[in-house]
Design a protein around this ligand. Structure first.
Ligand code: COD
Ligand code: ZN
Length: 366
């Protein structure tokens, strides 16, 4: 079949909207009509060339849709189901899946430019196309692994469901599963966009009493107050270390989070956290950047630095919990969605992300 998709041919060039070939689902796969796809900075990392992906590629990893057809041996999912995508398809069998670390599944990572069986469903002129996260949702239709589908109640809108597919789960689970923030603690978040705001919401749910948002964009800082930030610091005009010290009685926060993706912000997260504190790095810095970490301070101040991918979530457990929290009004996802686009305008959507418009953009017309 044919599907209209946004194809990345070369970094630093616009995505090209065109018809590509899409094979029907193979064993353990399903065909999904995409209903919503979020505009996340992780796609931009590939578009800008800061991170690499095998090209051509169809990006889009924060999505939701309705199942149209299932391939052989699909047991959990049926046509008509509304599903949230997981951009990690965990095999359930490797060492990491068996030890409850599905976000770092070996099979998913070793097949990062294809489906789990190493082949492709998307093609152009007979050439294979990489499906980002095996979900490639900047497209009218996508064929995805059954394991990448998390069914959700259709009373939740596809836009909200799409955001649960990446920014909400990554943010909220970075707090609960990776950092394991304790009630009553102080937390600083560096980079308060789509993912950072959900770290703020996660910290609030965890019972953190001081939630300090750090960003370089005043609008972003104002916006994140409604999601639970108790204090804000504009890193482009204020001295972050001095302000953080003032706000935390000279100690530094118990937890710091990096949710932008650069050496500079990772260094800052490590410097500001208190002695014995935990730094959680969510963002992926450009390939050639190396943060400088003071090894003596690391040891003498007993700091912990940990990386987390997808919030170290188990999507099949955590996403339904997040849907419940949204339905109970513990999580505000509606106000996060500030603009919608048609797939034809995807390059404008990324310009808007980079120009500092607050909240999340979502593609809703395909
Ligand atoms: N100091 C503080 N804040 C900054 C700085 C700085 N020097 N520079 C930019 N910022 C702010 C921006 O103003 C913006 O508010 C925020 O950082 C970034 O927000 P968004 O909305 O542009 O980006 P997100 O939230 O969509 O994505 C952030 C990630 C960290 C997830 C992304 O950049 C990333 O690194 N992704 C790779 C990790 C990954 O794959 N995660 C899973 C899929 S998302
Ligand atoms: Zn994302």
């Amino acid at each position: 079949m044919k599907t209209k998709a946004a194809v990345l041919y070369q970094p630093q060039n616009p995505l090209v909207i065109e018809e590509v070939d899409l094979d029907y689902p193979k064993q353990g796969e399903v065909l999904v009509k995409i209903q919503a796809a979020g505009i996340c900075r992780s796609d931009w990392h590939f578009m800008s060339g800061e991170s690499s992906i095998s090209l051509p590629a169809v990006l889009g990893h924060e999505g939701a849709g309705i199942v149209e057809r299932v391939g052989p041996d699909v047991t959990r999912i049926q046509p008509g189901d509304t599903v949230i995508f997981s951009f990690v398809s965990s095999c359930g069998k490797c060492y990491f899946c068996s030890t409850n670390r599905p976000s770092i599944c070996d099979l998913h990572m070793s097949t990062s430019s294809s489906m789990l069986d190493g082949t492709h469903r998307l093609h152009i002129n007979g050439q294979p196309i990489t499906p980002m996260g095996k979900v490639a949702c900047f497209s009218q239709y996508s064929v995805v692994p059954e394991i990448a589908c998390i069914p959700y109640e259709s009373k939740v809108s596809p836009m909200v469901a799409a955001l649960i597919g990446c920014s909400v789960t990554t943010g909220v689970c970075s707090v609960s599963n990776a950092a394991r923030v304790e009630s009553g603690s102080s937390v600083a978040i560096i980079g308060c966009g789509g993912v950072g705001i959900n770290i703020i919401q996660g910290a609030k749910i965890a019972g953190a009493t001081k939630i300090i948002a750090v960003d370089i964009n005043n609008d972003a800082l104002e916006f994140c107050k409604q999601f639970g930030a108790t204090h804000t610091i504009n890193a482009s005009i204020e001295n972050v270390k001095t302000r953080i010290s003032e706000l935390t009685g000279g100690l530094g926060p118990d937890y710091s989070f990096e949710s932008y993706g650069s050496a500079e912000t990772i260094e800052l997260a490590c410097e500001i956290v208190r002695k014995g504190g935990v730094v959680t790095v969510v963002g992926i810095a450009p390939n050639d950047e190396r943060p400088t970490i003071d090894p003596v301070a690391l040891v003498r101040q007993e700091k912990t630095i940990k990386g987390t991918y997808y919030g170290s979530s188990n999507v099949h457990i955590n996403m339904p919990q997040i849907v419940d929290k949204y339905l109970n009004s513990e999580l505000n996802i509606d106000s996060l969605i500030t603009r919608t686009y048609s797939l034809d305008d995807i390059n404008i959507a990324y310009q808007d992300l980079n120009s500092g418009l607050v909240g999340r953009g979502v593609v809703t017309e395909f």
